[in-house]
Design a binder for this molecule. Sequence first.
Ligand code: ZN
Length: 596
Amino acid sequence: MIEYRVGSRNPAAHCFDIELHIERPDPQGQLLRLPAWIPGSYMIRDFARNIVEIEAETAAAALTPEQIDKSSYRLPPLQEPVIVRYRVYAWDLSVRGAHLDLGHGFFNGTSLFLEVVGQGDAPCRVVIEPPQHPGCCDWEVATALPRVEGRDFGFGAFEAENYAQLIDCPVEMGRFRRFDFEVAGVRHDMVLTGRFGCDVERLKQDLTRICAQEIALFEGQAPFERYLFLVMVTDDGYGGLEHGNSTALMCARDDLPQPGMKPDETTEGYRRFLGLCSHEYFHCWNVKRITPAVFVAPDLSREVYTPLLWAFEGITSYYDDLILLRSGCITLDDYLDLLAQTITRVRRSPGRLRQSAAASSFNAWTKFYKQDENAPNAIISYYAKGCLIALCIDLTLRRRSEGRVSLDAVMRSLWQDWQLGRRGIGEQDIQQRIVELLGEDIHDELTQWIEQPGELPLESLLQSISLRLEWRAPADSQDKGGRSDKPGLRGWFGTQVKDEDGGLRLQSVIEDSPAQRAGLSAGDLLIAIDGLRASRKRLEHWLRQADLARDYELLAFRRDELVKALVCLDAAVPDTAAISVIDAESPALGQWMAGD
Ligand code: ZN
């Protein structure tokens, strides 16, 4: 048994203090190592960089662990138990790291727990103590780690079967707003920290429907004995990370359902929050269990490559909002707007013509997770494109099989495989399963959608379930797609901009756009358009009224150098999608909405 004790002698300094008790260290010299990345977030983060002190002792003597590389330490050869004490700086307010102040504490095991290399299969005991500060004495603790000592939500002791389980159970501590609900006989808890108002009954009701819908999709049985949603509420936070029987989420306080919200009312922010909960919960099946073979026991010291993130993030992104529709949390019109926004996002990325969804997946580590100003031209999101590929697969299966087979059936079939063998899947297994269930060889289409860059046959497939996809020019610079009564802009400039003091900062410039042809570049600060100070309002006015036959003079700063550009706008591009219902009574539409 390996034992970790987690506390903090000085939470105001944002540091956790950890004690690691190793009964039988490797007599050749025990290696200790922190992961370089956390499963679910495909970027090298080198968590050990936050270790600020480390020392060790046996009953006989104090020792100095020797640092081997950026993530590892080695103890001298020992024949007796050893205690390693170290301090970890925790000031990353995200679901991927660790964060501690006098308001709350949060950590992933990947940030705090040094692996005792060679004993990864040994059970681990974790004792979590309250931070040593009078302000923390009324705190509670929430984690999906099985508890062995202490009351529910109290500080105490927990036990993990092995290191993999230990680092798959994030821990939140602080003053909680919490509630629980039951789905399919399984207790679910949501624990929220932060300052916020919330209609808890409404949230509980909607989450119950979402979880019930997803469990029903996967044969009516939850793959865990208890489930925990951890939510950090901040001003403008957004993000989530999936785990086997819990999830860590961040949300903006205005996205929570506010007291007084009408039963049939949802806001854009609340739909986004429910979509996030639905997404991470779906991952309990898709990626935490049904998973690429290379993720089954991943090497956490370096990148692990897979071309399959389009399926694990894309199919999950397809179902996250679809489940909101199927469970009655949002209306069909609202759902179609969300789908139109995803279609718009892909259509506005010229990178879709350069990079396939499989290549985007493979390069997640260095491209998707490290996006720069050229990202719209160079890459395509495996979330957004993957979601649309999932839609195309679902609608193709439904159409070709006349409603007999759907993506639901594919997911269930992959789930049955996992239950039987608990093995990861190979690179062609999903395509193979689709073809098997349909009984028709559509490999060529699947390969084209997944492994080639380019467009998807969205119009004709949506039409097969009585939905019409139409393209229009954006109504303004905030127009993300979906229904709109506003007239479209007349001209196209080809940039993304951010308001800044003194002008507009060009965030990105689309290849071959009027802005690029005029010599403007991402990073430039646009200060004047046609003799007037540049602002978002001025830009939109220009794009609405512009004469497409003449040149306009724009002034910008590149670094501290003034740049003059003559811009002749193109006609606005119909890059904004809207989806409407052709026949609300269509049986194909009804079946797709109901599922199966
Ligand atoms: Zn995801």
